[in-house]
Design a protein around this ligand. Sequence first.
Ligand code: NAP
Length: 290
Amino acid sequence: MSKPLIVITGKNGQLGWELERLHTQYNNQFNFLFTGRNELDLNNIQSIPLFFQQYQPSFFINCAAYTAVDKAETEKETAYNSNASAVGELAKQCAAINCRFITISTDYVFDGTKNAPYETTDVTNPLNVYGASKREGELLAIQNNPSAIIIRTSWVYSSYGNNFVKTMLRLMKERESINVVNDQIGSPTYAKDLATAILNIIVRLSSEISHQSSNIYHYSNEGIISWYDFANEIQVLSGLSCKVNAIPSSQYPTPAKRPFYTAMSKAAIAKDFGIEIKNWKESLKECLAD
Ligand SMILES: NC(=O)c1ccc[n+]([C@@H]2O[C@H](COP(=O)([O-])OP(=O)(O)OC[C@H]3O[C@@H](n4cnc5c(N)ncnc54)[C@H](OP(=O)(O)O)[C@@H]3O)[C@@H](O)[C@H]2O)c1
């Protein structure tokens, strides 16, 4: 019997890249197909049904997304096409062939006014176009596919791609001091840890020992910190001599409004899928060593 096929979008993004790096450990159980914009363009929604007819996957992990948070404020239509309409269509096509659909969402679906970790059932209220487009994608996925799995994550970084860790390392080499906001609180996510969690969820789902009870899950590394704390630890671990100064968000205006507090409870993903969650400092150390 042939092995189940897992299709992964966004192969040139951080999470897609980490999944591609890890997939060889799961080759005995699954076949993998990694796609980028050239193979499956989420802006070309009409092309999606044909892709499913051609490949008939058993699992579909959607890591592709319009992720330019500030640019989304002026490119609303493109953001909604990729993050909402296309996600709805992918979910629908998966439901039609009994393919398990997993898509990634964001902590920016919340408005950040809570002061305890957000639960998966908490009310959403995105403050920016990116967050609103991702929330719309969540709703369409669930509407079109009752067994869709949505994993909300936050502050994603990896040794590959564009992210806060790599930007900080570059700036710390170039400058004597840098200013980083200390009033936006959340949790970083090493993309390699999230990729491992997703593959472990699929192993569970395919062996039917999972007890999935909901559509929405949260995943980040453990620990609740500010961007300033994150930058400080990057400085300490890298040994660079740059001084890190704390500033309020009011001194760092951006086109898109950001929520002040987006820590999320990971209790549901731990309980339903037995996922173990590493501390953010441990994972940052591992990424920097990479
Ligand atoms: N990065 C974060 O801090 C963060 C935080 C919360 C949630 N998330 C979510 O986590 C997931 C993975 O994020 P990531 O950090 O891996 O993102 P990323 O590094 O920005 O990668 C996103 C990928 O999506 C691809 N893509 C964009 N539009 C596309 C389209 N129309 N058709 C096909 N591919 C398209 C991009 O392709 P190109 O390379 O060709 O542009 C890119 O490779 C996303 O759902 C994101 O919304 C990320």
